[in-house]
Design a binder for this molecule. Sequence first.
Ligand SMILES: NC(=O)c1ccc[n+]([C@@H]2O[C@H](COP(=O)([O-])OP(=O)(O)OC[C@H]3O[C@@H](n4cnc5c(N)ncnc54)[C@H](O)[C@@H]3O)[C@@H](O)[C@H]2O)c1
Ligand SMILES: O=P(O)(O)OC[C@H](O)CO
Length: 691
Amino acid sequence: MQRTLLQRPGRSGVRSSSSRGNGVARVAGLPRDVSVRPSRTLSGATAPRSRATGLVVRAESVMTASTRDYSPKTTPDNTAAALWRSMGPQCCVCFDVDCTITMQDSLDLLANFMGVEEEVSALTSKAMDGSLSLEQALEERLKIINCNPSDIKRFIQTYPPASRMAPGIVDLIRALQARGVAIYLISGGFRELTLPIAAYLGIPKDHVFANRMNWQWDDETGEPTRLVGFDMSEPTAHNQGKPQAIANIRQRNPYNTVVMIGDGITDLEAVQTTGGADLFIGYGGVVERPAVAAAAQWYCYDYAELIKALARYRVAMIGSGAWASAVVRIIAQNCTSKDDPADEFVDEVRMWVYEEDYEGKKLTEVINTTHENPRYFPGYSLGANVTAVPSIEEAAKDADLLVFCAPHQFMHGICKQLAGKVKPGAAAISLTKGMRVRPEGPQLISQMVRRMLGIDCAVLMGPNIATDIAKEQLSEAVIGYEIIDTARIFRKLFRRPYFKISLLPDPVGAEMCGTLKNIVALGAGMVDGLDLGPNSKATVMRRGLIEMRSFSKALYPTVRDETFLECCGMGDLIATCYGGRNRLVAQAWTKAAVEGKAQSFESLEAELLKGQKLQGVLTSNEVQEILKVRKWEQDYPLFTTINRIINGQLSPTYITDYEAGASLVLPGFESDEDAIAPKRPPKKAVAAVPA
Ligand SMILES: NC(=O)c1ccc[n+]([C@@H]2O[C@H](COP(=O)([O-])OP(=O)(O)OC[C@H]3O[C@@H](n4cnc5c(N)ncnc54)[C@H](O)[C@@H]3O)[C@@H](O)[C@H]2O)c1
Ligand SMILES: O=P(O)(O)OC[C@H](O)CO
């Protein structure tokens, strides 16, 4: 459908600095106290000039606190505030394009550029206050403007979007987009003028609703030459166009919440129509229209107010060991305003610290005074915005994002303490590597958190030796997720230029990798303890990876093969088998054993790790329980041999002959001494694990 401009009126010629009245509430970019405040009457007032551009700003009704006969709702009611606070994925905000730019209407500015702003602005006002139909106003205004494509090009060059953004709009849109909110522009004007603004604001073309100019095309050159009308099929070409545009948006996208931000009556209609917006926020930063300001559910003059009212995530770290401290340092950096420009996170990060004495003082006090954790992570500042808290309930209270990073043997106790005490709707992530074995079957830590706390729980797994990350060495990790929105927000919390985070829709596979590699690392430590070289270690690692995959898939058939080639699989296996604590302690344990000076893992853990905890020995015993119950021991000869070695049933030398180690009939080994220098009993058949 097309509307033709029947007549081409002559241009009015001279640009004028006067207006036919109406008055202006506020010129964006000017401080409020220097807003131009002509008389409230709609006639006879002098239109002000914008200081920034020197252009005439179209006059509207003029409101000052003393002349208003209504009170704009500058503080939203609870419902509106809660709705806005919770904006996130599955929500969208539709801006009237006039509220994104300092000059109220691009068409008016174009008219000014063409020297016909007086006539055009009068028609715009009539359209905005509802006294002229939108179609008529558009048609009339286009007739008067009478531009051609090169006029539009020159206009955009003269007034690039960057030069006329409403104050704070870029920050607001960035803050919303950072929270996953979709942004739309709805304009009663034209795409030709709106698209450059959308591009500047990072809004995709298909999120722009505006009218289209129709052009006469030159048969010779194929170029558009002159404006002949506009496309009437766009919803915005008609009255009630904005609610219609919102209905279209809703039809195409299952948004839970749609918010309209505008300054005109036609914007207000968006919330007054069934199927329209859920909330209308009036914006008076450029123009204040009494009817709009009086009816808006929330009226604001400054986009900073809207940014401030968006929810910010409060983060709590549950754990305070080496990895917990390295990670809280990253989180603390990402929560400060320098690295959190969209202000998504509360600056303060609370860290639950299992309280103990450190050099005669409470560890929490030492951390809060020095901002370091000298017990588990000496030499690195955690960040002044980290608060160490000895009460776990206090640390987790009000947290929106809970990061669990405690040795796995403590996680059940931790969850018990927190059950029923975390904020409903909070999300969690587990960095703990390990599993729990119960009579009814194994339970991953993320499953425990989900079940006991009733919140979503992703996992972060990878080759992440705490001290290397503290030194900001290139590292990577995956976030295994069930709900992608949870993963996305946690990615923002963890990623640093040197710490690359990818998302993996296989949380169980990732967590199984992180858990089982600790067993293989013990085998790698044994290889080192026997002074064997990389060939032997590679053999143990390769076999380890096969058993990790096979065991994970046997327990959880949905686990993906590819996960074992990710950084949480092969990557973590390599890092741990070369640089981890499990490897280190197993190496020392093996050396002591072969030298006939056997030491327990507990004593070596205390001596070498100084309070840090080994996960591999416990995990090996937990996994072995499952292998025994399910009669899978012979299917996992490396896991079984490692477990027999650490329990003193076999000499560490069996690590190089793990098939034999698994097939041995154990009753021949009655003491640790026998185990260290075993007589080799006959082999039993070993069931092969498919490679
Ligand atoms: N350290 C690393 O390089 C690293 C890297 C990646 C993953 N991880 C995993 O992160 C998890 C946590 O390891 P970490 O390195 O942060 O800890 P850690 O081994 O360095 O420190 C042990 C922690 O346990 C706490 N603790 C001691 N007794 C406790 C009790 N009874 N209840 C609760 N807590 C107690 C201590 O206060 C200390 O914070 C483990 O599952 C580990 O496998 C560690
Ligand atoms: O030091 P480890 O052996 O506990 O391993 C640390 C990390 O899990 C390596 O990614």
